[in-house]
Design a protein around this ligand. Structure first.
Ligand code: MG
Length: 286
């Protein structure tokens, strides 16, 4: 059954990544999920089949499979630059191969959206390194296209303008954006609402996450906080999603897996907050 506009979602994981377990989504009655990919050993046809059966039993829709790699670390901003995504040169070829395998696993799950943090794209758009990152992204998009999938780039590590330039340079019609407003604040890459308006035409999935600015934006992390407690302005965020014509799922992301009880309670509160904002502004896009 197709999801209703602005269906609530939650970011989940099986054995890797920071999402909640699928059971939390079920207990909270959340109708859709994004899934952080399991490790290679868990990406088998039988694992996919078992997971699909579970989704079916729970009545939950999978909307996006997120890629991720061993060796990635979000410890601080310089570490992100060194370790995340397809940008680090020494792991690029191996990770491209793995990302294709993740897309194939998503296809086994019947999922036509594959998300990832591509990494911190080199700022010098004339450099060979930048051209190489564009090329690896094209290769990934072409692989996904064969699976009839789109690639969604998670926002945060680039400014809106840099991201627009990168998408334009990549020249692939299945390359879109998973917009995360909190990441713009955490990384200090721009005001999230202004950024959303700029990149709106490419936004095909979103995270609902909140954060507060660092006192040294771009140098040190801001702080991730419960939805509604930070500086995103969630009411204005949804209003702006409506303005840009976004009607896909609202996927809550809360990355405190070390505190599962608090994580679940905060996600429940986030569901209530989103539902009350939805109720007050209406979900119909014009
Ligand atoms: Mg996110």
């Amino acid at each position: 059954m197709p999801l209703a506009p602005w269906s609530i979602g939650v970011f989940t994981s099986i054995d890797a990544g920071l999402g909640v377990h699928l059971e939390v989504a079920r207990e909270l009655g959340i109708p859709s999920i994004q899934l952080h990919t399991p490790h290679a050993s868990g990406r088998t046809p039988s694992a996919a089949e078992a997971f699909l059966k579970k989704l079916d039993r729970y009545g939950i829709e999978l909307t996006c499979v997120f890629g991720g790699f061993d060796g990635e670390s979000y410890a601080d901003i310089p570490t992100v630059e060194r370790t995340i995504g397809l940008v680090p040169t020494e792991t690029r070829a191996a990770r491209l191969k793995e990302m294709k395998e993740i897309a194939d696993f998503a296809r086994l799950l019947g999922c036509d959206v594959v998300g990832l943090h591509i990494g911190v794209v080199p700022h010098d758009t004339k450099s060979k390194d930048y051209a190489d990152v564009v090329e690896v992204t094209r290769t990934l998009c072409d692989h996904a296209a064969k699976n009839e999938q789109a690639i969604h780039l998670e926002t945060g590590q680039e400014t809106a303008d840099a991201l627009l330039g990168f998408i334009s340079d990549t020249q692939r019609s299945n390359l879109f954006i998973n917009f995360d407003p909190a990441n713009m604040i955490l990384y200090g890459t721009g005001q999230p609402i202004e950024a959303l308006r700029k990149v709106g035409k490419y936004v095909r999935s979103v995270h609902c996450k909140d954060a507060t600015w660092s006192d040294q934006p771009g140098q040190t992390w801001g702080a991730e906080v419960p939805l509604g407690k930070g500086q995103v302005d969630i009411g204005l965020y949804l209003q702006t999603l409506k303005e840009i014509g976004y009607s896909g799922p609202l996927t809550i992301e809360r990355e405190i897996p070390q505190e599962p009880d608090r994580q679940k309670a905060e996600i429940q509160h986030a569901v209530e907050l989103l539902n009350s904002i939805k109720h007050s502004i209406g979900t119909r896009t014009s």
